[in-house]
Design a protein around this ligand. Structure first.
Ligand SMILES: NC(=O)c1ccc[n+]([C@@H]2O[C@H](COP(=O)([O-])OP(=O)(O)OC[C@H]3O[C@@H](n4cnc5c(N)ncnc54)[C@H](OP(=O)(O)O)[C@@H]3O)[C@@H](O)[C@H]2O)c1
Length: 347
């Protein structure tokens, strides 16, 4: 298969030089094949500017990723020569804290494609609203990665990234040009990450197929993440081996499993693990602690809206209520708000 991209330089920028961003950026940067990847960093800008990104990976060994350029802000990246072909957003998805669609505005031009690698559902919506004519590629990863010190990323395991175009989430806009560009970008990224980046499980999907992957991952995230916080800080394996908690987790997973096909108009394929299988395999995942719990313990904002709030609202728009998810949403959101107020000395 041809690894060649094109004679034209492809300018790619990642906003959010954290665990996910740096890992996938490092697998896409191939200047010899016209792919030039830059990073917009924040707290780790100095480290990356000085020494690049140090990657310690289980899949590809240890290496240094020297981006084409590192920028300390979006504004600094805005004036780049040639503009940006691909703008990746790999921040934590926190629409209640910041509108990242507004943040990237100075980077978006007529040839740009936006790529979102984030957890949750409904993450594309603010971008679609702000940029109705810009192709969007939606991506879900199951990588396990973390930043262990500024500019040092450890990939613990897994590489799979599922990608697909996003127009309105259901592919019903009738905008054939937007669809065509989204499909083309999905194809290009699949080929580059696979042939050049060496990632063996890049999985392209059609629009509804990718949303199905998002809702399937939500079965895990919406069950495990808030429950880890509300159960007093338990890890995944610890929760599934407690009979009451296991019943609760299964209830949340089944609620999503039943709701998603009604929202998307397509059932989960047989190849996707059902709740019982997810729970069974989680028994072996000893030591794993959901990201929402890590964020809670570190006093950082949690991805409450995209993992809980959006699914409840999106389901409701389709006439589907999700009472278990709504309960988790109300409780975790309130816990976060109460802590914020307490820190401000207002309680
Ligand atoms: N890590 C995993 O294993 C994993 C697996 C699957 C999915 N995910 C999902 O992938 C997404 C990214 O997660 P992550 O683990 O990579 O998070 P992360 O390590 O916290 O990285 C996010 C990065 O975004 C940066 N950032 C945030 N706002 C910014 C801004 N306005 N300008 C510039 N940089 C900004 C942060 O900088 P600061 O350091 O300054 O805050 C941080 O470096 C999330 O949706 C997460 O749920 C993660």
């Amino acid at each position: 298969m041809a690894k060649q991209t094109s004679d034209r330089k492809v300018n790619i920028v990642f906003i959010g030089a954290g665990a996910v961003g740096c890992f996938y950026a490092s697998r896409l940067h191939h200047p010899e094949n016209s792919l030039h990847v830059s990073l917009v960093a924040r707290s780790n800008y100095k480290a990356i500017e000085q020494s690049g990104v140090q990657l310690k990976t289980r899949t590809f060994g240890d290496y240094t990723f020297q981006p084409e350029a590192a920028y300390p802000s979006v504004q600094a990246a805005a004036g780049a020569e040639g503009g940006w072909d691909f703008i990746f957003v790999t921040t934590k998805a926190l629409p209640d804290v910041s509108d990242d669609s507004e943040m990237i505005t100075p980077l978006v031009g007529s040839k740009s494609c936006i790529v979102l690698i984030q957890n949750g559902v409904g993450v594309e919506e603010p971008f679609r609203k702000r940029f109705p004519q810009t192709p969007i590629v939606s991506a879900v990863t199951i990588v396990s990665a973390e930043q262990i010190s500024p500019g040092v990323i450890r990939q613990n395991r897994w590489t799979r990234v599922s990608i697909g175009p996003f127009t309105d989430g259901l592919g019903k806009t009738g905008d054939t040009e937007l669809e065509r560009r989204g499909h083309q970008a999905t194809e290009d990224l699949t080929r580059w990450w696979t042939d050049l980046g060496g990632i063996k499980d890049v999985e392209p999907h059609d629009e509804v197929g990718l949303q199905t992957v998002r809702w399937h991952k939500l079965c895990i995230n919406a069950a495990m993440n808030p429950s880890a916080v509300l159960s007093g800080g338990r890890g995944n394996a610890s929760m599934v081996t407690d009979p009451e908690l296991r019943q609760h987790l299964a209830g949340v997973m089944h609620e999503i499993w039943d709701a998603a096909p009604k929202i998307l108009g397509r059932p989960f394929p047989d190849s996707m693990a059902r709740p019982e299988r997810i729970l069974k395999s989680t028994e072996r995942n000893v030591g794993a602690r959901p990201s929402m719990l890590l964020d809670w313990e570190a006093g950082r904002p949690m991805e409450v809206e995209v993992i809980l709030g959006n699914p409840v609202r999106i389901a409701r728009e389709s006439g589907v209520e999700m009472p278990r998810l709504q309960t988790l949403y109300a409780l975790v959101r309130s816990a976060q708000e109460m802590r914020k107020q307490a820190l401000k000395g207002k309680l």
